[in-house]
Design a protein around this ligand. Structure first.
Ligand code: AHM
Ligand code: MG
Length: 336
C-alpha cells in the first residue's frame, strides 16, 4: 500500500545519518539542535508584530549597524542551544565581534564541529512584516580535538563545509539544508511544531527570468554588472527579465532557487567591497547553490574557493541559475 505521509525532518536526519562522510551521529545532533533553535526563533519572529519586541536596542554590531531586538534574541537562542547541548567546539556569529570557544564539561566528549551563523539575516525587514532568515555553515575543526578552537578553525574556505543551510521565516517557515548530498527543504506545520519534507532534492532551474539586485546602487556598480543589468532589461528573446528584490538574502535566494533567477550583490565603487559576509552569508548560500545545480561567483573566482582572511570579511556575491550566472560572467570578463 502506498502512503503519501511526508517524512519529518527528525526521521530524515536519522535515515540519512550514515550517508555523511565522517558519520558519528554528531552532525545529526547538531542539525537537530539548529532545528530546535529555529522553532524557538520562529515563534518569536511570528509574534514580532504583537509584542513590543521590535525596534533597536541601541547596540551596534561589529559592522556598525543598528541591531534589532530580534537579532539579539536569535543570536542568544542559537548560541545557547548549541552551547548547552555541548555539540560544537566553537561558534562564530555575524552578531559577535569574535568567535566563541566551547569547552565541553564531559572530557570524553570531544566535539569536532564549528558553526558559523547569521542568526537573523535581513532583520531590517522585521518591522515591515517581510520575511527574514537564519543562515548556518558547519565545518570540521582543523586544530586538534580537545584543545580550544582558534581562528584557523573558522577561516576555512567554503569548499571545506560539511553542511550548510538556512531557515526562512516566511509565509510558512522552512529549513533548507545540505550535507553535500543535494538540497532538501522542510516546511514547519506550526500546529504540530514539526518540519515535514516538502521540497526534496531542490534544484535551480538551468535558467530563469528573475534578476535580483539593489538597483538603487546602480551608479556605483562595475561596468560589467551595469551592462548585464541592461541586458536583463532588453527586449529580445525571453527578455526583458523580471526584477524582484526583497532585500532579504534568504528569501531572494529561496525564490530564485524555486523559480530560476540570479541574485547579485556587487562591490560598489564607494566601499570597494560588497556588503555580504563571506563566512556567514556567501559560503553557506554558495554550498547550497552548487548542491542545487546553481553557481555562486565572487566576481573573480568561485565563492567557495576564496581563502578567508577575517571573520567579518565582505565579498561581492553573484549566485543563481547556471546559465544566468555564466552570462553575467561573460559581461564581467569584458572589463578584466
Ligand atoms: P544584514 O545581515 O545586516 O541583515 O544584511 C544582509 C541583507 C541581506 O539579507 C540582503 O540581501 C541585503 O542585506 C540587502 O542589502 P541592501 O539593503 O543594501 O540592498
Ligand atoms: Mg546578514
Amino acid at each position: 500500500m502506498t502512503t503519501n505521509r511526508k517524512q519529518t525532518l527528525g526521521e530524515f536526519i536519522i535515515e540519512n545519518q550514515n550517508s555523511f562522510q565522517y558519520s558519528s551521529g554528531e552532525l545529526s545532533k547538531l542539525i537537530n539542535a539548529i532545528r530546535l533553535a529555529a522553532k524557538v526563533v520562529n515563534h518569536e519572529v511570528n509574534k514580532a508584530g504583537l509584542v513590543d519586541i521590535i525596534g533597536s536596542v541601541g547596540d551596534t554590531n561589529i559592522q556598525g549597524e543598528n541591531q534589532q531586538k530580534l537579532d539579539v534574541f536569535a543570536n542568544e537562542k542559537f548560541i545557547q542551544t548549541l552551547t548547552n547541548r555541548e555539540i560544537v567546539c566553537g561558534i562564530a556569529s555575524e552578531e559577535e565581534d569574535s568567535f566563541i570557544s566551547i569547552n565541553s564539561s564531559d572530557e570524553n566528549h570531544q566535539n569536532k564541529y564549528v558553526v558559523l551563523i547569521d542568526p537573523l539575516d535581513g532583520s531590517s525587514n522585521i518591522d515591515v512584516n517581510v520575511s527574514v532568515g537564519t543562515i548556518f555553515s558547519i565545518y570540521r575543526r582543523v586544530t586538534p580535538v580537545g584543545t580550544p578552537v582558534t581562528i584557523k578553525d573558522f577561516l576555512q574556505p567554503g569548499n571545506q563545509q560539511v553542511a550548510a543551510g538556512y531557515v526562512v521565516y516566511g509565509t510558512s517557515t522552512m529549513i533548507v539544508y545540505t550535507t553535500g548530498d543535494g538540497v532538501n527543504g522542510f516546511t514547519l506545520n506550526p500546529a504540530l511544531g514539526t518540519f515535514y519534507l516538502s521540497h526534496p532534492k531542490m534544484k535551480f532551474p538551468e535558467t530563469g527570468k528573475i534578476y535580483s539586485v539593489n538597483e538603487g546602487n546602480y551608479i556605483h556598480f562595475h561596468q560589467g554588472v551595469k551592462d548585464y543589468i541592461k541586458y536583463c532589461q532588453m527586449e529580445e528573446g525571453d527578455r526583458p527579465y523580471t526584477s524582484r528584490y526583497i532585500g532579504s538574502l534568504v528569501s531572494d535566494f529561496h525564490r530564485n532557487m524555486i523559480k530560476g533567477g540570479i541574485y547579485m550583490y556587487p562591490k560598489s565603487s564607494v566601499t570597494g567591497s560588497g556588503k555580504l559576509r563571506l563566512l556567514y552569508e556567501c559560503n553557506p548560500m554558495a554550498f547550497i547553490a552548487e548542491q542545487a545545480n546553481g553557481i555562486a561567483f565572487g566576481g573573480k573566482t568561485r565563492i567557495m574557493d576564496i581563502q578567508p582572511t577575517e571573520l567579518h570579511q565582505r565579498v561581492p556575491f553573484f549566485c543563481g541559475s547556471k546559465k544566468m550566472v555564466e552570462k553575467l560572467q561573460e559581461f564581467l570578463e569584458r572589463y578584466q
